[in-house]
Design a protein around this ligand. Structure first.
Ligand SMILES: Cc1cc2nc3c(=O)[nH]c(=O)nc-3n(C[C@H](O)[C@H](O)[C@H](O)COP(=O)(O)OP(=O)(O)OC[C@H]3O[C@@H](n4cnc5c(N)ncnc54)[C@H](O)[C@@H]3O)c2cc1C
Length: 392
């Protein structure tokens, strides 16, 4: 692969950095609520205004065609953008509409679906959640039981989803449901677009171990949606879903966020030498992590460079997701150890160091090796698709 950025890409990075310098004035993040995810769109008016500014620049879905609110940018421009946003911790949130609903609609949607939904994703009118996991279907997602039954011009939905991130702040849901109970399990699933205010949908909050309301349970009781909210071919949803999951795993934001935390830890260690003198091994750990962050970055660049060349990344994206999520956990442990007992203090404590950053990051990093596929499942994918080992 070619590690150099083109002059246009360098110029784009400078433009993004200048925008961020102008918009994120010192102290911009101090108003945020610790009960919502760090840097999430949910964190108040500032985040909403910031995202509207991104939308006005057509930056929310950079590679999309201009007619749908993108800029027709290259994959590498998207990488640069994600890196800079994650490095500054900008409150972009994770926009599922941009990440996989839109890209899936571009492949499988009807012309009417593209025309209606894509511009509303990029202007933030529609905020999406993803309705895949169920109490008895996570890693083995093809076992999902939520039913969609055709009734005239409508589909009727019944069942339960779980771990639905942002369901409470979304107006649309991207749903996988069973449409054929007789077929083998992978061949009876279809994808649907669901208005979240439909009668019969109820949402119950789930509070995570960091005390934040990020995900929910979602219940469907005789929910009726129009027949044309089916996406692609009936019973072919599993294959669409597999493509959508691959959109999720390039992971460049993970290494950029980790790099930012290392910068903060190194600055802290330089200004508070006693912490490092008490634990000299921390120097080596930080150095090791700095090397690992570069590895994670290059694994993500590899995924991007495959996409740029028009290829579909497969186990390469899985490796990047696996490595970067586990690196986040190694880094959070190292940061907590450097800060000692102070590291465990919540941002609201007056004795917290680094604004309580490590306590938040540590608790949140636990979920990273579960969300979007667990590390065990990622290792299985790498062993089968990457190494060619037989299925276990
Ligand atoms: C922060 C976060 C956000 C999420 N957001 C969403 C969302 O928006 N929408 C959504 O639909 N889901 C979401 N999820 C759910 C997520 O996709 C599932 O948690 C994940 O796929 C694992 O499924 P599970 O929780 O049912 O665990 P299980 O599949 O029950 O796994 C339990 C344990 O068994 C292991 N295991 C399972 N199968 C195998 C196997 N074949 N080989 C080896 N080990 C195995 C797993 O690795 C894990 O350690 C989110 C999860 C998290 C943590």
């Amino acid at each position: 692969m070619d590690f150099r950025f083109s002059p246009e890409e360098d110029a784009f990075r400078t433009e993004v950095q200048e925008f961020l310098r102008a918009e994120l004035k010192p102290g911009w993040d101090e108003q945020f609520d610790t009960e919502t995810e760090l840097g999430s769109m949910e964190q108040g008016d500032f985040a909403k205004q910031f995202n509207r500014k991104l939308a006005a620049r057509n930056w929310l879905a950079l590679p999309w065609p201009k007619q749908y609110g993108g800029l027709g940018a290259t994959v590498m421009q998207q990488v640069i953008y994600n890196e800079e946003m994650a490095f500054t911790g900008a409150p972009t949130g994770f926009n599922m509409g941009v990440a996989w609903v839109g890209p899936s609609l571009m492949i499988y949607g009807t012309p009417e679906q593209k025309e209606f939904f894509l511009p509303r994703i990029t202007n933030l009118e529609h905020i999406w959640c993803t309705l895949y996991s169920e109490p008895a279907a996570g890693s083995d997602l093809a076992s999902l039981q939520t039913r969609a039954v055709r009734d005239g011009d409508e589909w009727v939905l019944n069942g339960q989803k779980i771990w639905t991130s942002g369901a409470h702040r979304s107006n649309w849901g991207w749903l996988a449901a069973r449409t054929d109970t007789e077929a083998p399990k992978h061949k009876g699933i279809s994808m649907f677009l669901v208005p979240m205010d439909s009668p019969g949908i109820s949402i119950r909050p789930l509070i995570n171990m960091a005390g934040q309301h990020g995900f929910n349970e979602v219940f469907f009781e005789d929910v009726r949606i129009p027949a044309n909210y089916l996406v692609g071919q009936e019973n072919q949803g599993w294959y669409q879903l597999a493509v959508a999951l691959d959109f999720e795993r390039s992971s460049i934001a993970g290494s950029a966020r980790a790099r930012r935390i290392v910068v903060e830890l190194v600055k802290f260690a330089g200004e508070n030498r006693g912490y490092v003198e008490a634990k000299p091994e921390i120097r080596h750990r930080l150095a090791e992590i700095a090397v690992e962050i570069d590895i994670a970055k290059f694994l993500s660049y590899r995924v991007a460079s495959l996409q740029q060349a028009g290829k579909i990344p497969n186990y390469e994206a899985t490796i990047a997701k696996l490595y970067s999520s586990e690196l986040g956990q190694r880094l959070s442990r190292t940061g907590i150890e450097l800060l000692g007992l102070h590291g465990q203090l919540h941002p609201k404590s007056k004795h917290a160091k680094l604004r309580g950053l490590m306590e938040r990051y540590y608790q949140m990093s636990v979920a990273e090796t579960i969300a979007g596929g667990t590390s065990e499942v990622m290792r299985s994918v790498v062993s089968i698709r990457g190494l060619g080992l037989p299925r276990g």
